[in-house]
Each structure stands twice: as C-alpha cells, then as structure tokens.
Write a protein that binds this ligand. Structure first.
Ligand code: C5P
Length: 237
C-alpha cells in the first residue's frame, strides 16, 4: 500500500461523504466513496432485471457490471457503468432500498474490496464506507468511526433528498435509516463495526466543516508522529 490512507466508517447519514470529501480537499488526497460503488452495482442489477434475492444471479451480474470510478481530488466521485455516467442516477430511494441484496453477497464484496485496494495502491486516499478500516485498509494511517443520533441522521437525509427534488416524510426516512443500520450492522462479511484502533467522532452537534477540521488535525498529528518515528529509526532526528 502506498501513501496516506484515511479510512472513515459509520452508519448512513452520519455525514461521511460530505466530511470525507472536505478532508480529502484540505489534505490534497483523492476521495473514494465506496457506497457509490455498491449503489452502481445495485443499479446495474436492477436494470438487468436480476432477481435480487438470487445470490448467484447477483454475483454474476456484478462481475459483468463494467463498473468504473474516478476518485476525485475535488467534488463528488464520478461513477460509470461502461461508458454511461451514473453518478446521480445511483442516488434514488429505489436503489437505496435494494442495496442490501447486493452488499450482502460475498462475491460482490470481494470484487469491491479488490477494486478499492487497487485504488489505494495508486496513492494517498480519504475513503469512506462501512468496512474501510476493518476489512479493506486495516493498516490505514488514520481510522475514524463517525456517528450521529438516528434523528439527526434522518433530518440530514431528508434535507439531502429534498434538495434533489425527492419529497419524503421524516418518519419514513427515520424508519429506513433504522432498517439500514440493522442490515449494515448484521451483515456477516464487511458489516458495520468500529475498528479497535478507530477514533470515534460524534457529528450530531458538528457542522461538516468542524468535523472535517477535527479529522484534518488528527491526520496531521499522525503524519508528524510517523515522520518523527521514521527519522528516529534512521538516526536523522
Ligand atoms: O454510504 P451509502 O449510503 O452510499 O452506502 C449505501 C449502502 O452500501 C450502505 O447502506 C451499505 O449497505 C453499502 N455499503 C457497504 N460497504 C461499504 C459502503 C457501503 O456495504 N463499504
């Protein structure tokens, strides 16, 4: 693995995407949105008319999805299925509702983990998801487990969906968030867990800028510690 890896995990609506993107921009790292990858594979399976509860069908559709992502230095990560950009099309309620069928499949996870590690090999990265610190990058330079109360997360998700012109009731969003938490936490492989060495960050009362600043400070102090250790080992301190 080459370069600095900042791995941010947590439940949906904790602010991971926005905050990780800000961290990446401030530190000059690429931003990897791993949820977008699972979303794109889900969209591909839905379009292909795959029976989503058929594990083998989902696994073989995922293998032919021609998924490509462009981790960005600025702005959201762009996602493609073949030549078609699906960056926006993966953000619908229908895709969100169906993701768990795809994210539960071992073969799909293996494929995603492989792609994510290959992206990590190409250089420094701020990545976010559910299993980035626990499974994909166990040696990340900094791991953060980000969370917020379910009510705060539901309000944020509602505002995000409204902003996209999708009108949804708060109760409905809260129910879906609780349901998704349960599915994400109970997933056998790559389930949502805090890595033993992750720093916990409660973003309930924080703005995205404040949360990003906290992580940037942590990342800088980790980097300084690592530099000092290397200098000491080389006798150059
Ligand atoms: O972060 P986002 O809400 O876009 O993620 C969508 C879903 O993709 C999550 O609820 C989870 O089921 C799945 N996912 C995952 N592993 C990741 C990232 C996302 O299983 N690393």
């Amino acid at each position: 693995m080459s370069g600095q890896i900042i791995a941010i995990d947590g439940p949906s609506g904790a602010g991971k995407s926005t905050i990780t993107r800000l961290v990446a921009e401030r530190l000059g790292l690429r931003f990897l949105d791993t949820g977008a990858m699972y979303r794109a594979v889900t969209l591909h399976c839905m379009r292909a008319g795959v029976k989503l509860d058929d594990v083998r069908a989902v696994a073989s559709a995922a293998a032919t999805a021609a998924l490509r992502c462009e981790p960005s230095l600025k702005g959201p990560m762009r996602v493609f299925l073949g030549a078609e950009e699906v960056t926006e099309k993966i953000r619908t309620v229908e895709v969100t509702r169906n993701i768990h069928y795809v994210a539960d499949v071992r073969e799909v996870r293996e494929l995603m983990v492989k792609m994510q590690r290959e992206i990590g090999e190409q250089g420094a990265l701020a990545t976010e998801g559910r299993d980035q610190g626990t499974v994909v990058f166990p040696n990340a330079s900094l791991k953060v487990y980000m969370f917020a109360s379910a009510e705060v997360r539901a309000k944020r998700r509602q505002a995000e969906l409204n902003g996209r012109g999708q009108q949804v009731l708060l109760d409905e969003v809260l129910r879906e968030i609780n349901q998704r938490d349960m599915l994400d936490k109970s997933r056998e492989i790559g389930g949502l867990r805090k890595a033993a060495d992750a720093v916990e960050l409660d973003t309930s009362e924080m703005s995205p800028e404040q949360a990003a600043e906290t992580i940037v400070k942590l990342a800088k102090s980790r980097l300084a510690m690592r530099t000092r250790r290397i200098e000491k080992e080389n006798g150059t301190a």
